[in-house]
Design a protein around this ligand. Structure first.
Ligand SMILES: [Zn+2]
Length: 335
């Protein structure tokens, strides 16, 4: 059975099972879309499996593997961010709705379970994804546990955004870096998933080389949505931000920001005479749009997009966000 993605085999052989036996917390770092979550799940399953293979990979057939397949293993605890309208007072009541976060009560609930003996008398797994989704209170509560870890528990922290996790937490973990695979390996995998060669190449460029993200971007609906956004951006200095923002009302803020980030990155590269990284099939329209664009305004736009990305997890009025960003974009294009 293919537990791991093909580009993860070498990392597994290099570190497993030793890393999971020697450390009480592993930090799985890397860009979005390289399969960190899958890697973490397989580590957890391999430790709970009753008959792991010689490679330490799970058997897939025992009772523990069966429970995990149904997300019902009592010793495999998963913590993910949740949206909580009646916040626990951590935001000092400034916002009506809090963004999706891992809250301190989620950590406390799990830590409470760690004091009890495990269901199977073996290891216990706590998977937190994404670890940077913990708010400050939650991170502090986890830190205390990591400083005095309960025996037999392995914490698996999935970290998509480098630098977004508290250094004190990082220092308590053994880090494993999951990198972008070689393009040939990523393309071969995308072909196996049924993505045609040309689409796979374009989607992989758009995804910055991350195969799982490329697979999402290669889906027809995702491509159509991106096309609409690009058709707006290609209007450049003649674009009407208010009218065009209306067309993006059904988009998520993160989706708009990400599309604008890759596009303005390419536009800046074009302006500087460098190679295009993301929208490799749009060389002509990038060249056209770049004609009147001002480099300092493009760089300011990119800083603005970075700020917007940080806020994208908050429940925002997408149309207003889009208007604001499109206005800055139009100005940068010489409007
Ligand atoms: Zn098993």
């Amino acid at each position: 059975m293919n537990w791991l993605f093909p580009w993860q085999d070498a990392l597994w052989l290099q570190h497993m099972p030793a890393a999971a036996q020697r450390h009480h917390a592993l930090l799985l770092r890397g860009p979005r879309g390289v399969g960190k979550r899958r890697f973490a799940e397989v580590i957890g399953q391999s430790l709970l499996c009753m008959a792991p293979a010689k490679s330490a990979l799970p058997c897939g057939a025992c009772q523990a593997c069966g429970w995990i397949a149904q997300a019902q293993h009592p010793d495999f605890l998963l913590i993910e961010p949740r949206i909580d309208a009646d916040a626990e007072g951590e935001g000092a009541g400034t916002a009506k709705k809090a963004p999706a976060q891992v809250k301190v009560d989620q950590i406390r609930e799990v830590v409470g379970k760690l004091a009890l003996s495990t269901h199977q008398g073996g290891r216990r797994i706590v998977l937190i994804d994404p670890a940077e989704g913990m708010n400050a209170h939650a991170a502090n509560a986890l830190l205390k546990t990591l400083e005095e870890p309960p025996g037999g528990t392995l914490f698996l922290l999935v970290n998509h955004q480098c630098g977004a996790l508290q250094a004190t937490i990082v220092s308590r973990c053994r880090a494993l870096d999951l990198a972008i695979p070689a393009p040939a390996q990523a393309l071969a995998w995308l072909h196996q998933q049924g993505v045609a060669e040309e689409s796979a190449r374009l989607a992989l460029a758009l995804a910055g080389g991350a195969p799982l993200l490329a697979l999402e971007k290669a889906a027809p609906e995702a491509r159509a949505r991106l096309q609409t956004l690009l058709s707006i951006l290609q209007l450049g200095s003649s674009m009407d931000p208010i009218a065009q923002a209306e067309r993006l009302a059904q988009y998520g803020a993160a989706e708009i920001v990400e599309g604008m980030q890759t596009w303005s990155h390419d536009l800046t590269a074009r302006k500087l005479g460098q190679a295009i990284s993301y929208h490799v099939d749009c060389a002509d329209s990038l060249a056209r749009t770049a004609t009147d664009a001002r480099i300092e305004d493009l760089l300011a736009l990119q800083r603005k997009l970075l700020d917007a990305k940080r806020l994208a997890g908050h429940p925002l009025n997408t149309r207003l966000v889009a208007e604001d960003l499109l206005l800055a974009y139009r100005d940068a294009c010489g409007g």
